[in-house]
Write a protein that binds this ligand. Structure first.
Ligand SMILES: *Cc1c(COP(=O)(O)O)cnc(C)c1O
Length: 366
């Protein structure tokens, strides 16, 4: 792709996925094709694995596959949820867990919190107290509302619940992994999954999931796990630095490059940068007399959902921003027009945020 074409089309993405991908990372994809059983490919996956483990803060396996995050959501249910599942729903993406659970024919119960509110550990504890649960699903970062759920505290109450040691904790971290620390091992989670096109700041098409030993053992007892997403098959190949089917080689080139850059930045610095951009976004919104959709203490480090208290025309705002090479997100689904979302995720920097706020201010001054 010529620089010319690339420049003409460029609209910087302040939407909560897909996110902006740097030109160097786009270019990394344009290397020669290799076969997925060739030593060049096993070397590539061999380089990627230890770096991915550092992002997931785990010494366990991080499975990868060519798909988006929804693929591993479905895989999590099919591999380790054999009995009743508790779906914690407080937005559109956690509701997708509920749909997948039902579509896979699993029995389920739903624990709901109002959109914009977090799932509270006390509510989880109360529901699990009745016993009989096999797995629990929860979104770490509800992209539709800008709420981060307290996963560490939720995981603690799960382990204390009846049969808690055997309840599988399945966490969707699609829009937060690589933007915030989620210590998979320390929090004792079972499946923690993400996609390449959000805070990893890569093109879409890869999905990653840390999987506990407990979950791998459980999978052995679950029939009809399928094949493309069978955790046991995936691990068998991963141990040889391979994937069961043809892998998305170009995306792995980009991933390898991006992980090198993340390691060079330092994960602590990357997480701190996300928090600083979040805090600046909140400060900007409040200084304009706007309120936040998520309550304090649960505000996402990667996407801020701002209540449209002043009834701005969000579509007109976005048309204005587009002319200046930027775009933000309207509210999700029923929240369209009621709020709007600004993502500060991936490789965006503070100066990008400042340029965005200046452009929005220019629109508001008209
Ligand atoms: C984007 C998103 C998804 C869907 O991910 P895909 O990669 O499109 O499958 C799921 N959960 C959350 C929280 C998301 O933000």
């Amino acid at each position: 792709m010529s620089e010319k074409v690339r420049a003409d089309k460029h609209v910087k993405l302040f939407i909560p996925g897909p996110t902006e991908v740097r030109p160097e990372v786009l270019d990394a994809q344009a290397d020669w094709m290799i076969g997925h059983r060739m030593p060049e490919c096993t070397a590539l996956i061999g380089r990627i694995r230890p770096k991915l483990a550092k992002v997931f803060l785990t010494e366990k396996r991080v499975l990868l596959n060519a798909a988006t995050g929804t693929g591993f959501m479905e895989a999590a249910i099919r591999n380790v949820a054999n009995g009743k599942v508790l779906n914690c729903v407080n937005g559109a993406f956690s509701d997708r867990w509920r749909e997948i659970t039902a579509a896979c024919g699993r029995e389920n119960e739903v624990l709901e919190a109002e959109w914009g509110q977090p799932i509270l550990p006390e509510a989880v504890a109360e529901r699990l107290a009745q016993g009989g649960f096999d797995a629990i699903t929860v979104a770490h970062n509800e992209t539709s509302t800008g709420v981060t759920n307290p996963i560490e505290a939720i995981a603690q109450v799960v382990r204390q619940a009846p049969n808690g040691e055997n309840i599988m904790i399945l966490v969707d971290a699609v829009s937060s992994m690589a933007g915030v620390a989620i210590p998979f091992d320390d929090w004792d989670l079972d499946v923690l999954l993400t996609s390449s096109q959000k805070a990893f700041a890569l093109p879409a098409g890869l999905t990653f999931a840390a999987v506990s030993d407990r979950a791998m053992e459980k999978a052995k007892t679950v029939p009809a796990r399928g094949w493309y997403f069978d955790f046991l098959v995936l691990e068998k190949y991963l141990l040889k630095n391979q994937t069961p089917a043809t892998t998305a080689v170009s995306l792995l080139y980009a991933l390898d490059k991006q992980l090198d850059d993340m390691m060079a930045e330092g994960m602590e610095n990357r997480w701190a940068r996300h928090l600083a951009m979040r805090d600046r976004t909140i400060e900007w919104a409040e200084s304009r007399g706007l309120t936040l959709f998520a309550p304090e203490g649960y505000r996402s480090p990667t996407v801020t959902c701002i209540s449209n208290d002043k009834n701005y025309d969000i579509s007109a705002l976005n048309a204005f921003l587009r002319e200046r090479g930027m775009i933000i997100s309207n509210g999700y689904g029923a929240l369209k027009g009621k709020n709007f979302r600004i993502a500060h995720m991936g490789d965006l920097q503070m100066e990008d945020m400042e340029a965005l706020f200046a452009a929005i201010d220019e629109f508001l001054a008209q």
